[in-house]
Design a protein around this ligand. Sequence first.
Ligand code: NAD
Length: 543
Amino acid sequence: MGKGFFHVPPAVNEPVKSYAPGTPEREEVLQTYHKMYKKQVEVPLYIGSKKVKTKNTQDIFPPHDHQHKVGFFHNADKKHIEKAIDEAVNAREKWAALPWEQRAAIFLKAAELIAGPYRQKMNAATMIGQSKNIFQAEIDSACEIIDFLRFNVEYMTQIFDEQPESTEKEWNRVEYRPLEGFVYAITPFNFTAIAGNLPASAALMGNTVVWKPSDSQVYSAQVIMEVFQEAGVPDGVINMVMGDPVMITDTVLASPDFSGIHFTGSTEVFKGIWSKIGKNINTYKTYPRIVGETGGKDFIVAHPSANSKQVSTALARGAFEFQGQKCSAASRAYIPKSMWAKVRKDLEKDLKSFKMGSPENMDNFITAVIHEGSFNKLKKYIDKAKKDKDAEVIIGGTCDKSKGWFVEPTVILTTNPKYTTMETELFGPVLTVYVYEDKKYEETLKLVDETSIYALTGSIFSTDRYAATKATEMLQNCAGNFYINDKCTGAVVGKQPFGGARASGTNDKAGSKLNLLRWVSPRLIKETFVPPTDYRYPFLGEN
Ligand code: NAD
């Protein structure tokens, strides 16, 4: 029980290190990378206090060097998942009863471990396992995860601080209880920060968790578990399991104690999970919380008044950083005819200057896409665009899988605003451009709104305030994160809470109070100091 109204350290964003030539951080991350690259790791399942090894293992290869094994992980069978659920359910009572400041201290310590002694291990693991260049790793596996951990502690206290009014006769209090049961976290490959945040945010609020990382992120997921353990997350509070995602999910969703899902990944998978939860609804003790952040088909619209160099730079960064494998990556652009020649020339120049290869070489802006499945899918769409009459590959277009899954940054120009790559999320370094007649600005905004099922991020570039305002109004339902004169990627915790609507998710805004509210179930306690002793109200009095 509390013995004071404790104030948490004010959350501050972790500064991004530069890794410029000659800096100590560059030296340190490269040394860590080389050391880790030569070794092989073995990643067990983390179930309760046990590190479980099974006979069913899977090898880990860096996407940029698919013949170089860096380790392997153990896959669970159904019994392991049932055991992980039991451990989470059993750990709940003590964890939920632990005073909030103790849970806060654990996750604040995790943030400082990542900011200090684990920083380069987290970054090197993300560079090796997910093929991020050092800058993309630093903003993800160092800064963003640190920010999530710090800011969530502050948001938790803001939630606890929200209390109803009381009077001298009655005291009204709200307790923010964790959900009754356990939370299931499923995480994607593309952000180490999301992988850490989805289980940690629910656990911070007092829940216990079964966490299933992506097969393509297990290498850095193990470092996250190391950090959580060193920070003092007790056994059973976060259980990490790998294996057949359908078997794991079906087993978890069959448990009466399942009380919420914290998902980030593709739209189709999330919709499938939602319908399974619906089918099982009579199984559960409580209505499960369903939180999912899913796909995007993010846009950049340039108004004729925009600065063309700002537009081409936003496209070069927004569409191609981390090979376009950000849910927020720009993948469709709408450029006015009067500006297109200049934007095209500058974009071509920028893309030609991109170097592509291993993240170990710090000159490389572009590295490999995550796996063979992604490589094949991207190649298929690029090859199709080369043949289709209403599309033309104007920049890039080559794919080479001899050493790693390398897809050259590619720009498709289409005359059909509803062309397949204007609508479908490809999740790779492919940008499709539609050139519109300058006078058809408003018709084009309507097209942007109607073209895709998603509503995650989008940008308007304009120096004309009326035009920017028009876009802000007309596009209000097609992006959960909307940018004016900026690229549509790079949301920062505490500054731009992130999430989208329509088929992009439940928009519960990771990195905000709104998200944490989903992991608690408030209990109102009304205490009356002097209760009445006569049932009669004054209106019953005699005239
Ligand atoms: P994915 O959907 O393939 O996988 C996500 C997770 O779901 C993984 O852990 C995977 O193993 C699991 N999974 C796969 N099939 C499953 C099934 N049938 N049942 C249960 N679980 C299953 O996604 P990904 O390739 O890892 O990540 C890319 C996707 O994630 C893109 O669509 C991207 O837009 C989205 N994403 C969205 C956000 C956001 O905030 N909106 C952030 C990051 C990524």
